[in-house]
Design a protein around this ligand. Structure first.
Ligand code: PLP
Length: 370
C-alpha cells in the first residue's frame, strides 16, 4: 500500500493474514471448489439453538434499535455475572463495555491509551493481529521470544528485561493462539511480582480461549491471582469461541472506570454500540444452558489427541500438546536445511508452509451440530 491518499497509520500495517486467507478460501468455495479451510480460529459448530432463538425473539420483540453505547443493561449484567461466577472477579456495570468482538475491544483499548512510541510487550508466538493493532495506534510492539523449551510462556526475568519507561501494556493471552500454552497461578504470581515494580505498565488479558482447555489443570484468571493489579488491568473476552458465535461480533472489556469510559467515548464516535440482536443472543449464551461449552471442548480434545500422534510421526515435525485453544503449533525445525523433491531448499519455517505449520483443530470432515 503506497498510495499517498492512504494515511501513514494504515500504510504501516498489513491486512490480517488469516482474514485474507479466509476470504480467499470463501472465494474459491463460491467458485465451486471444495475447500477445507484451516485458516481462522473459528469453531465449526453451529451456534446453539437456544442462543439463535433468543436472537429471533429479540427481533420479534423490536430489539432492533440503538442500545446504550456500552451495551444493554441485560448484557452487562450477564457479563458481570459471568466474571463473578467463572473468574471470581467483581465488576460494576459502569466498568464493563460490550464491543464488536474481542478484536475491536483490543484495538479500541490501544487507540484510547497509546501515545506515539509507547511500547506494547507481546510474548511471541502471538496472535497475528496484536502487532498491527499496536502499530495502527502509533505504538511500538516489543516482541519477547518465548520458545518451546519454556512452554511458549513469558518468564518473569524476560518481562523484567523487556520493560522500559515507555512500556504501556503487557499482553497476556492464555490459553494462547497459536501455541495453546496456558499460564499457571505461580507463573502469574511471578509476572505480577515484576509488574509491582513498574506502575506505568498496564495489563491486557485476552481470555478468548478460556473455556477451551484440555487438561483439568486449574487455570485461574490473572486478576484472581494478582487482584492488586485490578486498577491497571483490562480483562478482554467475548462469546466468539466459547459459544461458536464468531459471526455475531460480541466481545467485552472489564476494567477500571477511567479506561472503560475513555474507550466508551472513542467508540461512541466511531463504531457506536454493537448489534442489538447479537447482544440479546449473547445474554442467552452467558445466562443460559452451558452444556455446549464442555461438549465442544471435549470434541476439540478428541481431535487434538487424534491429530498429535499423526504429526509427531512425520519425520522432521513435532508438536507439543497444547493446554488449550484449538490449534496445533507445529515445530518444523527438523525440516530446516532439507530439500524438497522439486529441489527447493527449506531455509526458514515459512518455506515449510506448503506442508503445514499451525493447524486448526477445526473443520473436521464430520460436522457436529449442537
Ligand atoms: N484474540 C485472539 C487470541 C484470537 O485468536 C481471536 C480470534 O481469532 C480474537 C481475539 C478475536 O475474537 P473476536 O471474534 O471476539 O473478535
Amino acid at each position: 500500500m503506497n498510495s499517498s491518499r492512504i494515511a501513514e497509520r494504515v500504510r504501516r500495517i498489513k491486512p490480517s493474514p488469516s482474514t485474507s486467507a479466509a476470504d480467499r478460501a470463501s472465494e474459491l468455495r463460491r467458485q465451486g471448489r471444495q475447500i477445507v479451510s484451516l485458516v481462522v480460529g473459528e469453531p465449526d459448530f453451529d451456534t446453539p439453538a437456544h442462543i439463535r432463538h433468543a436472537a429471533a425473539n429479540a427481533m420479534e420483540k423490536g430489539a432492533t434499535r440503538y442500545t446504550l453505547m456500552a451495551g444493554t443493561v441485560d448484557l452487562r449484567r450477564a457479563i458481570a455475572a459471568k466474571l463473578e461466577r467463572e473468574n471470581g472477579l467483581t465488576y460494576a456495570l459502569y466498568e464493563i463495555i460490550a464491543t464488536n468482538g474481542a478484536k475491536s475491544a483490543i484495538y479500541s483499548a490501544f487507540a484510547a491509551t497509546l501515545e506515539p512510541g509507547d511500547e506494547v510487550i507481546i510474548p511471541a508466538p502471538y496472535w497475528v493481529s496484536y502487532p498491527d493493532m499496536t502499530l495502527a495506534c502509533d505504538g511500538t510492539p516489543v516482541f519477547v521470544p518465548c520458545d518451546e523449551a519454556q512452554g511458549f510462556k513469558l518468564t518473569a526475568a524476560q518481562l523484567e528485561a523487556a520493560i522500559t519507561t515507555r512500556t504501556r501494556w503487557l499482553l497476556i493471552n492464555s490459553p494462547s493462539n497459536p501455541t495453546g500454552a496456558s499460564y499457571t497461578a505461580d507463573e502469574y504470581r511471578a509476572i505480577a511480582g515484576v509488574l509491582a515494580k513498574h506502575p506505568q505498565v498496564m495489563v491486557m488479558t485476552d481470555d478468548i480461549y478460556e473455556h477451551i482447555r484440555y487438561d483439568n489443570v486449574s487455570a485461574p484468571h490473572f486478576l484472581a491471582v494478582a487482584p492488586e493489579l485490578r486498577d491497571r488491568t483490562l480483562a478482554i473476552n467475548g462469546v466468539s469461541k466459547t459459544y461458536a458465535m464468531t459471526g455475531w461480533r460480541i466481545g467485552w472489556i472489564a476494567g477500571p472506570s477511567d479506561l472503560v469510559e475513555a474507550i466508551n467515548t472513542l467508540l461512541s464516535q466511531s463504531a457506536g454500540n454493537c448489534c442489538s440482536i447479537s447482544q440479546a443472543a449473547a445474554v442467552a449464551a452467558l445466562d443460559g444452558d452451558q452444556s455446549f461449552v464442555g461438549r465442544s471442548a471435549a470434541i476439540y480434545r478428541q481431535r487434538r489427541d487424534a491429530t498429535l500422534p499423526l504429526i509427531n510421526a512425520i519425520p522432521g515435525l513435532s508438536c507439543r500438546a497444547p493446554d488449550g485453544a484449538f490449534y496445533l503449533y507445529v515445530n518444523c525445525a527438523g525440516l530446516i536445511g532439507k530439500t524438497t523433491p522439486d529441489g527447493k531448499r527449506l531455509n526458514v519455517d515459512g518455506d515449510c508452509r506448503d506442508g503445514l505449520w499451525a493447524l486448526a483443530l477445526l473443520q473436521a470432515s464430520d460436522r457436529h451440530s449442537h
